[in-house]
Design a protein around this ligand. Structure first.
Ligand SMILES: *Cc1c(COP(=O)(O)O)cnc(C)c1O
Length: 469
């Protein structure tokens, strides 16, 4: 990489009068833009030759880390391989050039795809109907809770305004419930990391007639299968509440078991995690919501058209390219890969909860706490070795959480390489902790001061110039 080019802004590469284009001669008469619509002064655009522009942006793009250029073991977010055939199908002009307002009889193919995907998701989840309007997982949660709220209100059950959320839940669960105007009751986890049925019984005995729903993530954010689900769904249904399933990460369940069969009434799926689609940095996403028979009339209006249609195409292509037989291997492989990493590292990283995990698991930092090396240091050092860091400091149940999800796509060699580097880092923590505390050393920008960046963000070019004197 040309370091002189990298680090410059395109504006700094600008030379007055330099051009990277030539326009054809104007064959038409002059057209004057009305004075009222004209700029008062010229737009400050960079003036560069074509090669400079190409190199500048290519070098910048090479600083991006993605699933396509390295291992990305980010827990809870499922950064899995996105097969290129999905992109090709989504880019077919018959799909890509659709306009949301074109006459319905010209969009039959697109609508057939949506109903095919609905059938596929119903088959995989055991639910009866899906809406594809939500744009992300959190949007799906909000939609699902609105369905539940509409259901209770349709029965005149106005006082049901409380939602039970486990303390291990993803932060979007309590946030969505709050946005929906519902109140949260937090249920504790047991020492084994599962929902405490005892604590749940206590909550129900106090609040039973106010409970609208219970939200559960399964496998939960510790990667553990919630084994008490039959008992929990019975308790909630008996007190008149509905069961909500956070199916953001369905990877380990595909073709193995179904939320509908477990007694859940409403769920969302993150198509952009479980069924591929490149995501991150806020999009694009799709969080379809499924319901059991009888709840579909409560679908609220949360967005026009069919949500992020491109993501639906990719999910459908992903499901169809695996097919009925191979989709059953996703869950077992995701589970095998996660357990293999966990067992290979638990002698040097602290494993707070023993036993079989599903698609992901959590370490509580390094086992040897005497070195002072933190989870943050380990994550930064991984960047030096060319790996994206796992999710860190989430879930909040432990102080030094390091949450790893390899996904089903990775080969044993890739995983062995990661294990070897994680062991190497544990060794460095013992022999040279300073090396880790100042990491990363090989990236274009070193350790960022998070607090300064948050308290004093430099968001414009002018401000950066002013700050640099
Ligand atoms: C990612 C995730 C969400 C939120 O999904 P977004 O698409 O980011 O809004 C909710 N719950 C769990 C368990 C998740 O992993």
């Amino acid at each position: 990489m040309n370091n002189q080019l990298y680090g410059n802004l395109i504006f700094e590469l600008s030379k007055t009068g330099r051009k990277g284009y030539s326009l054809p001669k104007n064959r038409f008469g002059a057209y004057e833009v009305p004075a009222a619509l004209r700029r008062h002064k010229d737009a400050e655009l960079p003036e560069c030759d074509e090669m400079t522009v190409v190199r500048h942006y290519t070098n910048l793009s090479a600083n991006n880390f993605g699933v396509d250029n390295g291992f990305y073991p980010l827990g809870s977010c499922t950064m899995k391989y996105n097969p290129k055939i999905n992109e090709e199908i989504a880019a077919l002009p018959q799909f890509q050039d659709l306009h949301p307002l074109q006459p319905a009889d010209t969009t039959k193919g697109a609508r057939a795809l949506v109903s095919l995907l609905e059938q596929q998701l119903c088959t995989l989840t055991g639910l009866a109907h899906f809406t594809f309007k939500p744009y992300a997982g959190a949007h799906g949660e909000l939609t699902g809770l609105m369905i539940i709220d509409n259901y209770h209100r349709s029965r005149g059950d106005m006082q049901r305004k409380k939602v039970i959320v486990p303390d291990s839940a993803h932060g979007t669960n309590p946030a969505s419930a709050t946005v929906c105007g519902l109140e949260i009751l937090e249920v504790k986890s047991t020492a084994e990391g599962l929902v405490s049925v005892e604590d749940l019984e206590r909550i129900i005995s106090q609040e039973g007639s106010n409970i609208a729903a219970m939200m559960m993530t399964n496998p939960n954010t510790l990667g553990l299968f919630e084994t008490a689900i039959p008992e929990i769904t019975r308790l909630i249904h008996d007190c008149g509440g509905l069961m909500y399933y956070d199916g953001a990460n369905l990877n380990p369940m595909l073709g193995v078991c179904r939320p509908g069969d477990m007694g859940f009434d409403v769920m969302h799926i993150n198509l952009h995690k479980t069924f591929s689609t490149p995501h991150g940095g806020g999009g694009p996403g799709s969080g379809p919501v499924g319901v059991r028979e009888g709840l579909q009339q409560f679908f609220p209006f949360v967005s026009p058209y069919e949500g992020n249609f491109g993501v639906l195409i990719k999910a459908c292509a992903y499901i169809m390219s695996l097919g009925r037989d191979y989709i059953k291997e996703v869950g077992p492989l995701a589970t095998l890969n996660a357990n293999y990493i966990k067992e290979s590292l638990k002698d040097v990283y602290e494993l707070p909860i023993e036993g079989l995990c599903k698609h992901e698991f959590v370490f509580d930092g390094l086992k040897d706490k005497s070195t002072g090396v933190t989870t943050m240091d380990v994550a930064k050092r991984l960047l030096d070795y060319g790996y994206h860091a796992p999710t860190i400091y989430f879930p909040l149940l432990f102080h030094e959480s390091l949450m790893i999800e390899p996904t089903e796509n990775e080969s044993k060699d890739t995983i062995d390489g990661f294990i070897q580097v994680m062991r190497q880092i544990a060794e460095e923590a013992r022999t040279n902790p300073e090396l880790l505390k100042s990491a990363p050393h090989n990236t274009p920008i070193g350790r960022v001061d998070d607090v300064l960046a948050a308290k004093h963000p430099i968001v414009t070019y002018r401000q950066m110039l002013a700050d640099n004197g």
